[in-house]
Design a protein around this ligand. Sequence first.
Ligand SMILES: CC(=O)N[C@@H](CCC[C@H](N)C(=O)O)C(=O)O
Length: 379
Amino acid sequence: MTLTTDELTQIYQDLHQIPEIGLKEFETQTYLLKVIASLPQTWLTIKKVETATLVFVSGQAPHATLGWRTDIDALPVQEQTGLPFASKHEGMMHACGHDIHMTVALGLLSYFATNQPQNNMLFLFQPAEENASGGKRLYEMGALDDWMPDEIYGLHINPQLPTGAIGCRQGTLFAGTCEIHAHFSGKSGHAAYPHLANDMVVAGAQFVNQIQTIVSRNVDPIQSGVVTLGQFHAGTIGNVISGSAQVDGTIRALTQVMNQHIQQRVRTIAEGIALSYDCQVDLDLHQGGYYPVENDPTTTAAFIETMQTDPAIEYVETEPAMTGEDFGFLIAKIHGTMFWLGVDQPYQLHSEHLVPHVGAIEKGIYAMTTYFKKRDAEI
Ligand SMILES: CC(=O)N[C@@H](CCC[C@H](N)C(=O)O)C(=O)O
């Protein structure tokens, strides 16, 4: 039967306690399969691909397949929420709401496992959104081929929207991203003899400083871009000159052209640091599947129309965001729409204090069930 409010709340709390990093979601997959197995199985077919789970719902009289994707991975963040059901995995947390995403997906699945749709449906429980372009990985290994959707949908929680509010827009919803991994290699030495070493703390610091000029000096002020360097490791103790420095970060841009422009500037600056500090730089710029999330005009018009006309749904037209999502790869291949689900939080995504409002779960399930039932009847 369709999962109840209490069952959904328990599922959310259970999943919140077992966060796992992308491609290592073993416990999460086991838990998901247990819940899926508890649903009516008559028209379900289940497939595992590594830590991904695909559930195909056979329609009564199918001529298309509607897809729903949820991510299942977590972040290397030490939870500080103080919740009674806080993470049991040291240094890992569902700080991006993927536990909410999975619970909404299970609620949606339970409805269509109980109420057979006319068309087929595919529920994709996807690994590694945060760290390894899990959607692109599955698509390119052919995991979706037997059940390829004609349309695909997904959501992401939004702490800045009211609980259960649905936020969407035509065009770009999420930025394209590109990870930056730069390693500088020089010569270690004694702190008292800098002239006999080649100090990579200095080279890394200069890299960080010069990268800040990209958005301020190389990006058209009426466009936009972000370069964040979130991690800098160099040295082991104050009186040793470090011979290596590692700097990691991420680029954000609302168009692929701007993404590539910023990537080129990062590359040029890194090469310039290597030249001016007489050191070796190994630079990895990894975009993977993190394309801008470009909502399909047709599916998005249908989705927004449904959200705007149902009085039980609070719809908010949103601006593009500089967050990334590897769902951008899947909806570059399959017509689709991504939207925000409000969870009304003072803390932002990726915060160790984030506690999404659980009332969003049933509102998200209601909104998407309403839409899928309508879409199932009209496509
Ligand atoms: C919604 C969200 O927070 N997505 C992540 C996606 C990360 C992509 C990649 N690992 C990168 O860092 O560029 C985000 O940080 O926006």
